[in-house]
Design a protein around this ligand. Sequence first.
Ligand code: NAD
Ligand code: TYD
Length: 339
Amino acid sequence: MADTVLVTGGAGFIGSEFVRQAVENGLYPIVVDRLTYSGDLRRLSPVIGNFKFYEANTANYSEILEIFNQEKPSIVVHFAAESHVDRSIFEPHAFIDSNIKGTLNLLEASKELAVRLFINISTDEVYGELGTQGYFSEDSPLKPNSPYAVSKAAQDMLGRSYYKTFGLPVATVRPSNNYGPWQYPEKLIPLAIFKAIHLEEIPIYGNGENIREWLFVSDCIEGIFKVLESGKPGEVYNIGSGIELKNIDVVKKICRILDDLIPQKKPYESLITFVKDRPGHDFRYGLDSSKIQYELHFQAHTSFEEGLYKTVTWYLKNREWLEEKASKLRDFWTKNYKK
Ligand code: NAD
Ligand code: TYD
């Protein structure tokens, strides 16, 4: 019998890419999403009719158990989460509910229904920060710094406990920073695109020297499919691209693409504005992704130039969506950005 794949957070940025690729691969996914401020079913418009949707909160066990009893999933891919570090600094409670309680409920329901594989989507942020040297491997200690990262580390430890204690086949995936079409413009890349095309100041925290490893979202999902196909229960898999960049350089690259596509009198770089640093701002993330490369034969293949160009042009074509989402962020930005 074919697998029934239940995807939580499938109306989000990364989860929707999973659903779109799953449909392309011939699956009929069951999507569970609460449709919070960051969830949007329009991300699934290209595959409408090819998935089933439940609007539900993972933090509500009876809602989740009812869906599991109805659908009897054999595979669960768990993306649903509060995902923005800055929000976790202002409003941490939602992170505990969705990321910790939500994960516990899904693990418990998966145990009850004897799910064959539970893929737990984590993040590189659980390892904490690096200096200029070195990389995090799957065995590195967890030293999360933001309330968001702590909630994700707790999620991972719950997954580990359900594997060790109950034998639930949980595999954990830790991707680096994703970017691409459909990302909510609270995150650096779509935010910088929005600000630039509006000729508004582009806010960079601190001195812009912080480093992230940038992974194109479709590459991330290809890696997650490798884990789905041949990942081992109980294992953790880092997924990175090897593309490490300072924030200031990411924003300058966006500016240069816009200089070519919609030139203004002044270069877009003149909009860059340094603002007060994020509290507890991790300096650098960098993953050793050799395990997924050698054991599951996965390697990210999209260059940053290609991925960023695709991303910028996607937002220019989908400007209405970007405007609609960004208009809801004005109050948050006023509260967050101090010179
Ligand atoms: P997102 O904010 O775009 O999407 C999250 C989705 O989860 C939304 O559709 C939202 O409605 C849903 N959701 C939130 N709380 C829920 C709840 N209680 N019940 C049901 N649905 C709920 O986030 P994203 O960027 O797509 O991230 C997806 C996953 O990947 C998260 O687990 C995140 O921690 C992880 N991750 C993200 C990145 C990144 O760069 N964005 C990097 C590494 C890992
Ligand atoms: P973000 O996209 O929030 O992802 P994360 O915090 O999960 O890495 O931020 C990416 C980097 O960009 C991070 O170092 C913080 C920085 N940043 C800014 O400089 N300005 C901004 O307005 C935002 C949202 C982020």
